[in-house]
Write a protein that binds this ligand. Structure first.
Ligand code: 5AD
Ligand code: SF4
Ligand code: FES
Length: 349
């Protein structure tokens, strides 16, 4: 397997993000597709997403689950419901389940550990956690219980912007958490939103350079989608020369540049991208650098309550429909469905 590492300068990345010539852009998408094929192959790995609770103690200005959104009915899935979902993941042939929730102590660390142990005893599934910032002791407990990966998006590398949009988060803590997670032995993932008001091209370039610098195993990139029940939705976006637009094209450019800079990472075609282009958003990302899809396994009765942004893709489809739909989409673009956990390809050097 060829493991090439390319290094684009900050100026080059900014230049590509601003590029709007279709034939030049095709070059960068084809390049990313080639780097993806050479480094992580044609398999698209499926990670079944289980949104175990929408309770959150944070107040991120962009997110519908923020604690100040009192219009949202909150839920916590029972352990039996979660294990039913993981059994479905096994039946559908997925290699991984992702347990995701708002940041909150509604599940104690021990309860999560016990769920991980049960999943591991009953299936061969890899377990990814996406439960927000927790203590090192808790991460360790979950690693010992058998969890494999942890997702913690840093959202933006612009400290001033982060302070505004994520008032409860300390940027350095989040970066440190990613380092701690790697040290403990997790595959660690982060990610950003494209087009948050106040985001500049230089910031997105810095984000991409930071992904490479942190040597992340997973990198999720989706467009920002305003949620009417959040403060950011009514804030005047500074659209001008330097404001990055929250478009499909800009997200695809960021995905492609990330693949070129992080050849071996696992990069999903995100649900947010599928939300702004339901016909072919995921396919576009898969053909320009991405190699992962996260079909939803959450019971339909909870789906609409995990409303981080409105009109989310797959809000009404049952998990078996998503399984069929995703597999057909992958095969339709000439790709294969990954088997097994599909962990990160490590460079042999
Ligand atoms: N638009 C797009 N993505 C969002 N997220 C949260 N709110 C939004 C939104 N309005 C993303 C964040 C978070 C992940 C779970 O969802 O990046 O980390
Ligand atoms: Fe909570 Fe995450 Fe939403 Fe922030 S982005 S409000 S931490 S669920
Ligand atoms: Fe859910 Fe297509 S993936 S309906």
């Amino acid at each position: 397997m060829v493991l090439k590492r390319f290094s684009l300068s900050r100026e080059h990345i900014i230049g590509w993000l601003k590029e709007d010539n279709d034939s030049l852009l095709k070059e960068i998408f084809d390049w990313a597709d080639e780097v993806r094929r050479e480094n992580v192959g044609n398999d698209v790995h499926l990670r079944g997403l289980i949104e175990i609770s929408n309770v959150c103690r944070c107040d991120c200005l962009y997110c519908g689950l923020r604690k100040s959104n009192s219009d949202l009915k909150r839920y916590v899935m029972t352990e039996d419901e979660i294990l039913d979902c993981t059994d479905k993941a096994r039946q559908f042939g997925y290699g991984t389940v992702v347990l995701q929730s708002g940041e909150s102590p509604v599940f104690t660390a021990e309860h999560i550990a016990s769920i991980i142990r049960k999943i591991k005893a009953a299936t061969q599934l890899a377990v990814t956690l996406s439960l927000g910032e927790r203590d090192e002791q808790e991460y360790k407990l979950w690693k010992d219980a058998g969890a494999d990966r942890y997702l913690l998006r840093h959202e933006t590398s612009d400290l001033n912007l982060l302070k505004i949009i994520r008032p409860t988060s300390v940027y350095e803590n989040r970066l440190e958490a990613l380092r701690v997670l790697k040290r403990i032995g997790f595959e660690a993932g982060s990610g950003i939103m494209i087009g948050i008001p106040g985001q500049s091209y230089a910031t997105v370039a810095d984000d991409i350079l930071q992904f490479a610098g942190l040597d992340l195993d997973m990198i999720g990139i989706g467009p920002y989608i305003p949620h009417p029940k959040t403060p950011l939705a009514s804030m005047q976006s500074q659209i001008g020369n330097e404001q990055v637009p929250a478009t499909e094209l800009m997200t695809l450019k960021a995905v492609a540049l990330t693949r070129i800079m992080c050849p071996q990472a696992n990069i999903p075609a995100t649900t947010a991208l599928a939300t702004i282009n339901k016909e072919s958003g995921r396919e576009g990302a898969l053909q320009g650098g991405a190699n992962i899809v996260m079909p939803n396994l959450t019971p339909v009765k909870y789906r609409s309550l995990y409303e981080i942004y409105p009109a989310k893709a797959c809000i009404d489809e049952a998990s078996d429909q998503c399984a069929m739909c995703i597999k057909a989409r992958i095969l339709s673009i000439g790709r294969t469905i990954g088997k097994g956990p599909g962990g990160r390809t490590k460079c042999p050097s």
